[in-house]
Design a protein around this ligand. Structure first.
Ligand SMILES: [Cu+2]
Length: 65
């Protein structure tokens, strides 16, 4: 399981957007976003570069890291 910190999420719509964006990344599954904690956890069936995760999050207007 991997975890990434996400800044800028304010509501369940944000959670849904982030979840969808992460699930689109090949190899990522079981995305669980915690709005209160500002984190997303997911399973990865391969090595996924942190930059790729960050890019997906930043592409939809949030800040990763
Ligand atoms: Cu929102």
């Amino acid at each position: 399981m991997a975890e990434v910190k996400i800044k800028g999420m304010r509501c369940q719509h944000c959670v849904a957007s982030v979840t969808a964006a992460l699930e689109k990344i090949e190899g990522v599954s079981n995305v669980r976003v915690d709005l209160e904690a500002g984190t997303a956890r997911f399973d990865a069936d391969r090595e996924i570069p942190a930059e790729k995760i960050a890019a997906a999050i930043e592409a939809i207007g949030f800040e990763a890291g």
